[in-house]
Design a protein around this ligand. Structure first.
Ligand SMILES: C[S@@+](CC[C@H](N)C(=O)[O-])C[C@H]1O[C@@H](n2cnc3c(N)ncnc32)[C@H](O)[C@@H]1O
Length: 307
């Protein structure tokens, strides 16, 4: 684990409302890639759909996954940590649509450009208005937070872009900072290695040698389970379920060309099962501090049987 993981936020420096590491480590190609994408179109960088410059709620909270849509309403949480928070799409949705409130919110993102947008939207949309805020510009594999200090950790569409060794270190870090019995919820994180919808793009990327540092990484279900176990996360947030978040058989797009019928074909139930993609992982175990998540988990387990 790097030294940064042991450095608490007090050792960091702030610039215009954002925390940065004091040591000013060199900017990696990976971070540069995220900065460039965010500068080009931050909505597109977050959800792969262009916002065309619109900054209304519907655009900014676009493509909200089922795991967030089913989040229970009117809850209050002590400390929330978000990994790869981007411009704040998930907290914007939870705060506004689910009336979630918290005492303290930590948002970690590697791209300063994203965090600058987050600061604007926080003011414009009153995201968690009563919370004490810390936006942290750094890599999630070294969290400047104390052990056992977070009640709820969130992440959406981040792990799938990270190198696998960084994902593993991040899972360790989440396990370290989570309170015993805390909860961790994330979606769109682990694209299924065997899902045929990804094969054309993967083959084209391999043939063309195109491999940006944040290119998607693919997983098997067994690999996800192994990583969650070895990180210590499953001991901290006891019990978990790896479940399907979406289904695909044909790719929706191959590079910039859309594939006709890709969505329609999934109306045939048997094909839907055949093309199972388990890109969501949800934990149970939130009995301490956030008991409402137990009910939430029961609902999700009930539904998982229907997949
Ligand atoms: C696809 S975007 C998703 C943003 C946001 N979670 C959402 O769902 O709207 C991925 C975000 O993760 C951030 N990110 C990627 N790797 C990271 C890392 N190692 N540590 C912290 N943030 C990271 C990127 O800068 C980007 O903002």
């Amino acid at each position: 684990m790097s030294n940064m993981a042991n450095a608490l936020l007090n050792d960091w420096t702030t610039r215009d409302g954002i925390y940065f590491p004091r040591d000013g480590a060199p900017v990696s190609a990976y971070r540069q890639q995220w900065e460039q994408e965010a500068a080009f179109d931050h909505v597109r960088s977050a959800i792969a759909t262009t916002g065309d410059g619109r900054e209304d709620f519907a655009t900014l909270a676009g493509k909200i996954g089922e795991v967030w849509q089913r989040f229970p309403s009117d809850q209050h949480i002590g400390t929330v940590l978000e990994i790869g928070c981007g411009y704040g799409r998930i907290p914007l949705y939870l705060s506004r649509e689910k009336k979630l409130t918290c005492d303290r919110y930590f948002g970690v993102d590697i791209a300063e450009t994203m965090l600058r947008h987050f600061l604007r939207y926080r003011a414009a949309f009153a995201i968690f208005p009563s919370a004490q805020y810390s936006l942290i510009c750094g890599s999630a594999d070294a969290l400047p937070l104390p052990n056992d200090s977070v009640d709820l950790c969130l992440s959406s569409a981040v792990f799938l872009h990270m190198g696998k060794q960084f994902v593993q270190r991040t899972l360790h870090e989440i396990a370290r900072v989570l309170k015993p019995g805390g909860a961790f919820i994330f979606d769109a994180s682990f694209p299924n290695r065997y899902c045929p919808a990804f094969w054309p793009t993967r083959a084209l990327n391999a043939l063309s040698g195109r491999r940006p540092p944040n290119v998607l990484k693919y997983y098997t279900r067994a690999e996800i389970a192994r990583r969650l176990e070895t990180s210590g996360l499953t001991r901290k947030a006891s019990g978990y379920r790896i479940s399907a978040a979406s289904w695909m058989l044909l790719p929706k797009n191959v590079w910039r060309l859309s594939v006709p019928g890709a969505r329609q074909i999934l109306r045939i139930a048997i094909l839907r099962r055949a093309s199972l993609i388990f890109s969501t992982f949800r934990t149970r175990g939130a009995t301490l501090g956030v008991p409402f998540l137990e009910r939430y988990q029961k609902d999700i387990l009930k539904d998982a049987k229907n997949i």
